[in-house]
Design a protein around this ligand. Structure first.
Ligand code: GLV
Ligand code: MG
Length: 348
């Protein structure tokens, strides 16, 4: 095990010091852009006003013969745009692919000082993070990058799920982890053909009633509950951020919203938006509900030092509900600082 003092040493002479705390940023949606398509990258200046994070996708969904064009398109887009407070991320190709090394080296060399986060797919264990951590430190030193580039892992293999705690704690560069339900389904041998969401056959049946003619009620279950919970605990314990990943059925915004909301309630900070219609869904879901914010404010106001117990509207509040209220209010303040409409609705 690496000792704490060494954990926070730069991994290359001349690389910036690793961060001890993550930057506090609102990241309700990570919006995916295919950077080889100029008609889409042309809209990025408009997009950055609507989203919290823009991600140039170089991995899956980019055809093999467009990988270089996507990398070059991402670099050109990053150079040409002032992202202001909007995060700039990229999803590179997997470490065992023919493209990963050029993705990493060319991006850091050309736009390393603009990039906030590098998303790494198909992470199997801490060793994948250690490799990228070391390489990024060498490249940061070579190219005089002044702040550490953070790593975001995708949890999308059975082995990755087994090792999620080690992945979350592998490096001070770890920003967070996203659940990748499509690759994970394949890796686990799940019998589905979808990108995220539920399945009509994954159900429990209501008990049979003797001699009853009526069809038994079916209750659809959440295929992603176990993995989301495991990921949230690993991330929270390591002080990094968990995210739900993609929802592929663009024609079903209600199901997308339900999936996002489950993730939000369980502790996730945001989700991916793959289609412009999912931006508003993520914004709505990952900004706390004004009714909840009002209750949280009441709790904080009733317990100014966070100790003791009070009754509010018949419900007991104590130190633990005070802490929950603080989570909601801290997030609401972050949203309010960015969005004057929400600030007015929160009355903060
Ligand atoms: C995302 O990359 C996924 O595989 O779901
Ligand atoms: Mg994937």
């Amino acid at each position: 095990m690496k000792l704490p003092r060494q954990f926070y040493q730069p991994l290359a002479i001349g690389a910036p010091a690793p961060l001890r705390e993550l930057p506090v940023r609102l990241e309700r949606m990570i919006h995916f852009v295919p950077p080889h398509l100029e008609k889409i990258t042309a809209k990025v200046p408009e997009l950055i006003r609507q989203v919290d994070v823009v991600l140039g996708n170089l991995e899956d969904a980019i055809p093999a013969d467009a990988k270089t064009a996507a990398r070059n398109g991402f670099i050109a887009m990053a150079k040409a745009t002032d992202f202001g407070a909007t995060g700039l991320w990229t999803r590179i190709n997997a470490l065992n692919s023919p493209w990963a090394l050029d993705d990493i080296t060319e991006i850091i060399a050309s736009i390393g000082n603009k990039l906030d986060v590098m998303m790494l797919p198909k992470v199997e264990g801490g060793w994948d993070i250690h490799y990228l951590d070391q390489l990024l430190a060498q490249l940061e030193a070579r190219h005089a990058i002044n702040k550490p580039i953070l790593i975001h892992a995708i949890l999308e293999t059975a082995q990755g799920v087994n090792n999620v705690e080690a992945i979350a704690a592998a490096s001070p560069r770890m920003h967070g982890i996203s659940l990748g339900p499509a690759d994970l389904a394949a890796s686990r041998g799940m019998k589905t053909t979808r990108v995220g969401g539920g399945h009509p056959d994954y159900v429990v049946l209501a008990d049979a009633v003797a001699n009853a003619e009526a069809a038994r009620e079916k209750f659809q279950q959440d295929l992603w509950h176990y993995t989301t919970a495991k990921m949230v605990d690993a991330c929270a314990a390591a002080g990094i951020k968990p995210f739900y990943g993609p929802f592929g059925d663009f024609s079903d915004p209600a199901a997308c919203e339900a999936q996002f909301r489950n993730a939000f309630l369980m502790g996730c900070a945001g989700a991916w938006s793959l289609h412009p219609s999912q931006i508003a869904i993520a914004k709505r879901v990952f900004s706390p509900d004004p009714g909840e914010v009002a209750i949280a404010q009441k709790i904080l106001a009733a317990m100014p030092d966070g100790s003791g117990a009070v009754m509010i509207d018949g419900k007991m509040q104590d130190d633990a509900t005070w802490k929950q209220a603080k989570v909601v209010i801290d997030l609401a303040r972050l949203v309010a600082a960015k969005d004057p409409d929400m600030a007015a609705r929160y009355a903060l």
